[in-house]
Design a protein around this ligand. Structure first.
Ligand SMILES: [Zn+2]
Length: 457
């Protein structure tokens, strides 16, 4: 018997989501129109994408104008009228939303009555700011996320067994992937979490083995932790486990790090870029060269972080996201503090969705002696060295970076190896550094803190 959420034709789009979405608080006229044509966003032409996004933006602004006093006053300031037309010029005048906008007055962006909130997530607040609260209606949980089809970009089978090794408590990561995997695709979920009271890595890896798990969602650093647990338990990554697909998310990750993970697991590893506030922002395709933007949910701009001016494709700036289909806490022109640029060229995979390339976080650049180094680039160069293992962290001193590493399993320590690696890394990315080799770097929990700033007396 087909479950409730399988619709006619065996499409993965689900009836439950459709029902919830079209009986929710917002009138998703744009989604209805788009849904009736059964559009797969990865098959839409550039022109169709622009049309869809124009309509979706207008729908969203009308919704928040009606329901939220903060947004209404900001829209009034730019002369927005619900009965008028929306142009890009007008939209780009709208005030940017920052982390502070949400965290100083936590309810400020809420667009629904309290009784319509089903669920609240909080961000981890790693950047020193207060954590943000994001409210979910039933539609935010089970409707709009599950409706749009993403073709080959993100495809799971019903027979897949998927371990979700991401945080389940407070954060949205574990639960939102679970909903998409389970309800959107009908695959089996192993909610192994990320080292909470009931989810030690050893228990997780054992469950993955016993249940013939073949897909893993995790952060780069926790994937390494799972590898260790497997080693300690005598579970062979290749013979006892059958992982063929890994989705890495939650932390920045270099291509070289990915290649190390792929080699160890003999699996295809792709990146998924998203945040608590915005959900999915970018998904890598098979080419593994840039993120396609799930345009059904996300309208993306790149701005000059100093002036706020919208930049052209190809120019590096701060990523600003508008979440198109949210009811509870819609975010409009939200500053992610991540840096990147857009590439409008059609990808080799054939998908016409623009691609996003990440360039690290604005606030995380390593500054030494007046020069800035992107941590992701330093990681890339570090991971390309065959002597270097998967785990590392960097202590930044005013004159140099101390890079603490483990050696790769194929490397035996010898005296002077630190200088050898140090000069290779400095040659590759210019960063003045000292290498410290440790036998084992313990997992630090939560998000792995890769870069620490050391103040010298
Ligand atoms: Zn592609």
């Amino acid at each position: 018997m087909k479950p409730l959420w399988r619709n006619k034709g065996g499409n993965r789009m689900n009836n439950l989501a459709e029902y919830i979405c079209f009986h929710g608080i917002r009138d998703f006229s744009v989604l209805k129109e788009y849904q009736e044509e059964m559009k797969d966003i990865t098959k839409m032409s550039g022109e169709e994408i622009v049309q869809y996004q124009d309509k979706a933006l207008k729908d969203l602004l009308d919704y928040v104008y009606e329901r939220n006093t903060y947004y209404r006053s900001e829209l009034d300031k730019i002369g927005y009228r619900p009965d008028g037309k929306l142009t890009k010029q007008v939209f780009e005048k709208l005030r940017l939303t920052t982390r502070e906008t949400i965290s100083t007055e936590r309810d400020i962006l809420r667009c629904v009555e309290k009784e319509d909130i089903l669920h609240v997530h909080t961000s981890t607040g790693t950047s020193g700011a207060k954590s943000n609260y994001i409210m979910y209606t039933v539609n935010d949980l089970y409707g709009s996320d599950l409706l749009p089809k993403m073709g080959d970009l993100f495809e799971l089978k019903r027979t897949d067994v998927v371990a979700i090794a991401l945080p389940y408590e407070m954060s949205s990561a574990g639960q939102s992937f679970q909903r998409v995997v389970q309800i959107g695709y009908g695959a089996t979920v192993l909610p192994v979490g990320k080292g909470g009271a009931y989810s030690e890595p050893k228990k997780a890896i054992q469950l993955m083995k016993d249940m013939d798990c073949n897909v893993l969602f995790s952060s780069p650093s926790y994937t390494v932790e799972l590898m260790r647990a497997a080693e300690e338990e005598g579970i062979d990554l290749l013979n006892d486990l059958k992982i063929d697909q890994i989705w890495l998310t939650g932390e920045g990750c270099s291509d070289a790090f990915r290649k190390k993970i792929e080699k160890k697991w003999e699996a295809d590893a792709r990146f998924y870029y998203g945040s608590l506030e915005c959900g999915a922002i970018g998904i890598e395709c098979k080419e593994k060269n840039g993120y396609h933007i799930p345009i059904s949910h996300i309208y993306l701009e790149i701005i000059d972080p100093e002036t706020g001016e919208v930049l052209e494709d190809g120019e590096v700036g701060e990523i600003v996201v508008t979440v198109l289909l949210k009811e509870g806490t819609p975010l409009i022109r939200y500053r992610t503090q991540d840096l990147g640029f857009l590439d409008p060229q059609t990808c080799d995979c054939g998908i016409e969705l623009k691609k996003l390339f990440l360039r690290g976080r604005k606030i995380d650049q390593i500054e030494i002696d007046g020069n800035a180094y992107a941590p992701i680039y330093v990681e890339e160069m570090l991971m390309r060295q065959e002597e270097v293992g998967e785990n590392y962290y960097i202590n930044v001193y005013p004159q140099y970076a101390e890079i603490v590493i483990e050696l790769s399993s194929d490397t035996t320590y010898y005296e002077g190896i630190e200088e050898v690696i140090s000069s290779k890394v400095e040659f590759a990315c210019g960063i003045p550094n000292k290498i410290v080799v440790k036998e084992r770097i313990p997992y630090v929990g939560k998000k792995a803190k890769r870069v620490n700033y050391i103040k010298e007396e």
